[in-house]
Design a protein around this ligand. Structure first.
Ligand SMILES: Nc1ncnc2c1ncn2[C@@H]1O[C@H](COP(=O)(O)OP(=O)(O)OP(=O)(O)O)[C@@H](O)[C@H]1O
Length: 544
């Protein structure tokens, strides 16, 4: 850290009283020391960023603050008073609110019902609802947190669901709001709106703790930032006195390349050809409405778009597991051969044999078996491979050795192949999936949100591996909500909206603003709706 800078760690800033002060907090899970003697001071009325590598101990620290874990040692002070936070109810009573990465909302309840849920002990529903309606109206006006109180959660966009989580905390009179990677699922416009809300809350004197892997957000919105590394708090600095490069180095302990270093693509023959792909789900909703594109060997096609516009269904179909009850039409060719889009031959195992690797969007549901050990997960889907079998039996020694090697190469921490997937931090879980899929050297790699929740050191590494795969002549479909990631990695960018491809751009000839408009469905009159397809191959209607 640069000399002469205030170190905010540990003790309160003389200018503002501390809303939260942690002194000497430690927490171990068996042999893993998740938090070691942590000091942290968060001045009242500030936005405080917490950053750190995957597994650095950020979530553990926040879970201690919210009463999910009991620390092994240390002291917590809220507004200068020592407090024991035994459970989340105690945290809420102390004025602490938490907005989790995975929202805790009841999907088929309304906004109002969700807001009062658990907050109105023993109260009758009707008075609670009418009180909540009044409070909600007030909060909405005060902080621009508009949501329809009578809408069910499932009908709301992710950004609006997040607003409900914030409203829930404010309804419980939270003075300190902790947000764990809040922008991971938001569009750039929604993220901007969230930041304005957070600034509004700060201006009202509330205190915000923001966990994020995005240094741009730290620089844009926080007043102070604390950096964790391997369970320790290594620095706390004023944001205006630091830079993304310095923060990256503090986090990882070495210099990090923040931009992707790659040569122009040299695309060859098409590997994947998708024509007029259509999909209607089991509820009759049209999810894909005539999607067409090509990906050639040696290129990365980035697919930008707000979550929920058909990207998930596209990846599922290409990966060989369309949702049950879905009706799929159109044509997909891989290396010139048609791929079955339904029936028994449409399955993930067959797709792997066809040369398709897949890093799914939801690592916990589709990428890993959470109760299985890391070594089992590294072989997941490849257990029949000859190198993992000895006669009739699986060769567990070979599988373990392979897992240990991949975990070493991808720097999965802790380097324990026997640990269950659920006990790795989110970013390390992602590294396990990425290692398994990339190391198989597939002809086509489907990637959904490759770096969601992954720290910058690991992002640098994963991006490098993706580019290497491209340079080795493989085709890559990259689906990401991160426009920066799409723009820096892709050779071509297509934008998806409402089950259609709205247009295609070259990354160096577009801007996040232009892509943002396409993502919002603003019609792109100049761009063909058929990304990368020569006119003679286009559907007659599209040609017209
Ligand atoms: N319940 C648990 N049992 C065993 N180990 C755990 C448990 N929870 C966390 N850990 C370990 O504690 C360490 C810190 O994890 P934590 O989730 O706090 O990290 P993080 O900084 O939030 O990471 P990420 O950025 O990847 O979310 C990791 O090594 C993790 O594997």
């Amino acid at each position: 850290m640069a000399a002469g800078r205030d170190n905010l760690g540990g003790r309160s800033d003389a200018a503002a009283p501390a809303a939260i002060e942690l002194r000497g907090i430690s927490k171990a899970f068996g042999p893993v020391q998740a938090n070691r003697n942590i000091d942290l001071c968060v001045p009242k009325g500030t936005i405080h960023g917490i950053i750190g590598e995957n597994g650095a101990g950020k979530s553990t620290l926040m879970s201690i603050l919210y009463g999910f874990y009991k620390p092994d040692a240390g002291e917590i002070l809220v507004d200068g008073r020592p407090i024991t936070i035994a459970d989340s109810q105690t945290a809420i009573r102390a004025g602490i609110g938490m907005v989790f990465q995975h929202f805790k909302l009841v999907q088929n309840f309304t906004v109002l019902e969700n807001i009062i849920l658990g907050a109105e002990e023993g109260a009758m529903l009707r008075p609670s609802l009418s009180k909540a309606r009044g409070v909600l109206k007030q909060l909405a006006a005060e902080y621009q947190l508009n949501v329809d109180p009578d809408a069910t959660i499932e009908s709301l966009s992710v950004g609006h669901q997040q607003r409900v989580e914030i409203l829930k905390a404010l309804y419980r009179q939270a003075e300190i709001l902790i947000l764990d990677e809040p922008t991971g699922v938001l569009t750039p416009a929604e993220a901007d709106h969230l930041f304005r809300i957070l600034e509004g809350l700060r201006d009202e004197g509330k205190t915000i703790i923001l966990i994020t892997h995005k240094l741009r957000e730290i620089i844009e919105i926080t007043d102070n930032v604390s950096v964790m590394r391997r369970g320790e708090m290594v620095a706390s600095v004023r944001t205006r006195d630091t830079s993304p490069e310095e923060l990256a180095e503090l986090m990882v302990g070495r210099k990090v390349l923040l931009n992707v270093d790659k040569q122009p693509a040299r695309p060859r023959a098409p590997v994947l050809e998708v024509r007029d792909l259509r999909m209607v789900d089991d509820e009759g909703v049209e999810r894909l409405r005539g999607v067409s594109f090509d990906i050639r060997a040696g290129e990365i096609l980035g697919l930008a778009g707000v979550s929920g516009n058909g990207q998930t269904q596209l990846l599922e179909i290409l990966g060989g597991y369309p949702k049950k009850g879905a009706r799929v039409g159109g044509e997909v060719r891989m290396n010139g051969r048609p791929l079955p889009l339904s029936g028994s031959k449409c399955n993930a195992g067959q797709r792997r044999r066809d040369g398709i690797g897949h890093i799914p969007e939801d690592r916990q549901v589709e990428g890993l078996i959470m109760d299985f050990a890391a070594w089992e997960n590294v072989a997941f889907g490849w257990q029949d491979a000859p190198e993992f079998n000895k006669g009739w039996l699986m060769d567990n020694t070979a599988i373990r050795a392979d897992a240990a090697e991949k975990m070493e190469r991808f720097d999965v921490r802790p380097r324990d192949p026997n640990l269950a997937a659920r006990n790795f931090s989110g970013g390390n879980q992602q590294k396990i999936v990425v290692a398994r899929e990339i190391e198989r050297n597939p002809d086509l790699l489907l990637i959904g949100q490759p770096t969601r929740g992954v720290d910058i050191g690991a992002i640098e590494f994963i991006h490098k591996r993706i580019v290497e795969l491209r340079d080795a002549g493989k085709a890559i479909l990259l689906v990401s909500v991160e426009l920066d990631e799409i723009l820096s990695l892709s050779d071509r960018v297509a934008v998806m909206f409402d089950g259609c491809i709205m247009g295609e751009r070259l990354p160096d000839q577009t801007t996040t603003g232009e892509l943002g408009l396409l993502m919002a469905g603003v019609t792109d009159a100049d761009a063909p709706a058929t990304a990368g397809i020569p006119p003679e191959d286009q559907h007659p209607e599209e040609r017209a």
